[in-house]
Write a protein that binds this ligand. Structure first.
Ligand SMILES: [Zn+2]
Length: 302
């Protein structure tokens, strides 16, 4: 663990927000989540090193999908493909934190795309290569040293919050994008009602894998400072499963594991998601879900 300043603005002034734990996988450790007094960025401080974090990415981490466990997950991936294709039809695409390559594989099938992935964790990078034959660099984006002005699209699906250096990652994204290229960033919103309601039990904090969390004004401002033009910021996903999951974590913490396990079952249940779909749809379209998609462009702007 090492003490850090704010990665966005360099400030050393930050306020304690919560003590947080790995509620999702139940791995040991307690972490301090702080909020920068100057720019509002949330981050773990002190921050675990990459060596320390390795054990928090076991092979059974549920983001390492080997196949679609549910129709809803497939629907989520196809929505990502659709939104990218709305802005760019074909070209060279890089997915950062590509996990097992399910999104890249769908993109390749959906059009004339030359695709690449970056995934620093060995196990999902191997699955992506062996199962789908994808070009995946088992490195961080910075380590991969990709060519300048090379990609039409760079995507960060639920990935930027995992990095220890999001500002440098965004600078590197800008460098490797072609002029007029697009970046898509999906990330949880720590100012969402779910985060405020559940506090340290909110599923989106996901300690210690989420090293940073980005309030919408903070990330929007940072993208602008780095030269991007932000073209769209909106709720993109969200089906209340995280709310049920967070409720389950809270109930567990109160010693109410029996009711808590019911909340966890609801969080996983496809039937439940179908039943509450109209509510989730309404929340998404009124900007009330926890997951935000930023779409930004490197100039010159089309
Ligand atoms: Zn700051």
């Amino acid at each position: 663990m090492r003490p850090v300043n704010c990665n966005f603005c360099g400030s050393s002034s930050a306020n304690l927000l919560y003590m947080v734990r790995d509620l999702q996988l139940g791995l040991p450790g307690e972490f301090t989540l702080v909020k920068c007094e100057n720019c509002g960025l949330l981050f773990l401080n002190p921050q675990p090193t990459w060596e320390e974090l390795q054990t928090y990415y076991p092979e059974w981490y549920d983001s390492f999908l080997r196949e679609y466990p549910s129709l809803i997950q497939r629907y989520g991936i196809l929505r990502r493909c659709r939104v990218v294709s709305k802005y760019q039809q074909g070209g060279r695409l890089l997915d950062v934190g590509c996990s097992t390559g399910i999104f890249l594989n769908e993109m390749r099938r959906s059009g004339d795309w030359d695709i690449y992935g970056v995934e620093p964790v060995a196990f999902p990078a191997r699955i992506a290569r062996e199962r789908f034959g994808l070009r995946v660099f088992q490195q961080t984006l910075i380590e991969a040293k990709l060519p300048e002005n090379y990609f039409d699209v760079v995507t960060w699906w639920d990935a930027l919050e995992h990095t220890p250096n999001p500002k440098e990652c965004l600078q590197e994204t800008y460098r490797i994008l072609k002029p007029g290229g697009w970046v898509f960033i999906q990330t949880p919103d720590p100012n969402s009602w779910e985060a405020k309601l559940f506090g340290p039990y909110w599923r989106g904090f996901e300690a210690p894998r989420h090293l940073h969390l980005f309030p919408v004004p903070t990330l929007t401002n940072q993208l602008g400072l780095l030269g991007f033009r932000v073209r769209s910021v909106r709720n993109f996903a969200g089906n209340l499963s995280t709310a049920f999951r967070s409720l389950g974590y809270w109930l567990d913490s109160q010693g109410l594991q029996v009711i808590g396990s019911f909340a966890h079952i609801l969080a996983r249940s496809v039937l439940c998601r179908v039943v509450i779909f109209p509510i989730a749809f309404l929340l998404r379209h009124t900007g009330q879900t926890f997951s935000v998609l930023y779409i930004a462009q490197k100039g010159p702007y089309g």
